[in-house]
Write a protein that binds this ligand. Structure first.
Ligand code: PXP
Length: 236
């Protein structure tokens, strides 16, 4: 299984002060040096974390693969076509949400999404659709010509008991298998962390996971010791 890192939360921290640090572009570079297979960012319509400058610099500097998470709107499709990420992952987007909630309703929006998928593919951008592990949504993704799906793992990640976790992993597994049988590539993500990944990594048919919050949150703790020591050396 491959790992892509979503660096949005580095930009969220930068935006807390409205300055230049920490720079998500630097974070992407360090993730690549650590060996990740790809970098993911979500250019939201309200630019609440990643902004147009970040995306431009990421496109210039990412050497692995750039996956642009995006809403299927005219404005963002135009940005994607100008930027040419290797992959565009279409997600539902609502301004009030803290993070992406729920998968796309591909079935209910097939006409619009088919058009967006076609426009992106005409620019040689592969297209993935972020969907819940539901057979009808996965079949609709195939029908409208997507290259891949990304299975929403939020329900699995939020399971409260081991039984529930096992059950929800089977739902993801079945979705991944169906997608592969239909000839779709399969990514997965949302809420995956250092604990729930232990069970998840045994799943078949998922080629790549996209992880953001858990890794950026852990980076604060594994890096805090050195950061404090460096400041102590300056101050004392
Ligand atoms: N995949 C998609 C489509 C997402 O929207 C997100 C959240 O930005 C992720 C993966 C990563 O989720 P997390 O930050 O919980 O690892």
């Amino acid at each position: 299984m491959k790992l892509s890192i979503n660096i949005d939360h580095v930009a969220t921290l930068r935006e807390a002060r409205g300055g230049l640090e920490p720079d998500p572009v630097t974070a992407a570079h360090l993730c690549e040096l650590a060996g990740v297979h790809g970098i993911v960012c979500h250019l939201r319509e309200d630019r609440r974390h990643i902004n147009d400058r970040d995306l431009r610099l990421l496109r210039e500097t990412v050497k692995t693969r750039l996956d642009l998470e995006m809403a299927a709107t005219d404005e963002i499709v135009t940005v994607a076509i100008d930027t040419l990420p290797e992959l565009a992952t279409l997600v539902p987007e609502r301004r009030q949400e803290l993070t992406t909630e729920g998968g796309l309703d591909v079935k209910g929006n097939r006409h619009h999404l088919r058009d967006v998928v076609r426009r992106l593919q005409e620019s040689e951008i592969q297209v993935s659709l972020f969907v819940d592990p539901l057979a009808d949504q996965i079949e609709a993704a195939r029908e409208i010509g997507a290259d891949k799906i990304e299975i929403h793992t939020g329900a699995y990640a939020n399971a409260r008991t081991e039984d529930q976790q096992r059950e929800l992993l089977e739902v993801v597994r079945a979705g991944a298998r169906l997608a592969r049988e239909l000839g779709l590539g399969v990514n997965a993500g949302h809420g995956l962390n250092y604990l729930n990944m232990i069970r998840f990594r045994a799943i078949g048919d998922v080629e790549e996971v996209s992880i953001g919050h858990a890794v950026i949150a852990r980076a604060v703790f594994v890096g805090i010791d050195r950061a404090v020591r460096e400041m102590l050396a300056l101050v004392c």
